[in-house]
Write a protein of this length. Sequence first.
Length: 325
Amino acid sequence: MKKIVKNILTASAIITSTTLIATEGHAANAQQTIPFNTLNLSSIIKPNSTSSFIHTPPESAGPLQDLTISTAFNSSSVSNVVLNYHTELDNEWKQLEMVQVNNKYEAVLTPDLRQGQNITYYMTATVNGDQEYSDEFTVYENQPEYKPEKVPSLLITEVMARTTKIGDTEAYEYIEVYNNSTSTINLKDYNIQYRYPSKGAKGDLIWPVQQKEDLNLEPGKAMVFWITNDDNRQLSIQDFNAHYQTALEEGKQVVRIEGSGLTNGSYRGVAIATNTRTDISTAFYNQDEKNLDVGLNQAIVYAYPIDGKKECVLFHRKRQQVHQV
């Protein structure tokens, strides 16, 4: 079941079994109310907290920044320190091992680990041979102000850079673009550009749309740009839909672009740009080549840019494709 993010800056419109479902980010309705799941805590019984933990709750720097939770102990005999947490979007507690750093234990909640507004947590540890529990705390995330006039009209919301192969070719790579404006946009006036960050925009490869007719994208809708070439051009939209368990229509929700493919193991970027090579928005991945964003058949999801920038913010990496049921 697709879980819809209520408050984070994503404008993702991930592939589902019937259509493209867009989440918040549409300029016409920035305060859109989106349903979310609520954790039922009634079945969770936790023993009374103990006093071995020396902990001060952190302050959030915002939902797109890492949140570090740390604790010290009044004992030197400590092991198995675990952070237990959830947000209002989760239906179960999640666990994350806390790692010793000098005299404290830390866990880093990256943005992709906490898709919610309120983070509730407690910690457990083995202290002097006994299992102990901390008090329960809640951190409230401050959401950046949404300013539609400063958000690009077209957003890159997903990049699928590594997929199942047909022969030696990763056959189902795509880039997803979302219409964040209040008007229909004809995508025949735009291209996808593949970027080597060290070369900048002047070194971009142009990946043109293969459909020459009008390609109208309505407000609040997304278009999947399927990357094709000599090695996978023989595949049909039926093959694409079978791979992703979707029912998308070519020329309406999916369009082919001519490109060599997305690199898996290096720092790269993509842009949606005008035919005159003016960037509308950009997205980058694998900036840390020792900790890659790319996973097999897992989309990289982006949030909309803030502070008037064009670069979409990497929000969720190695995200398994999920489907509406």
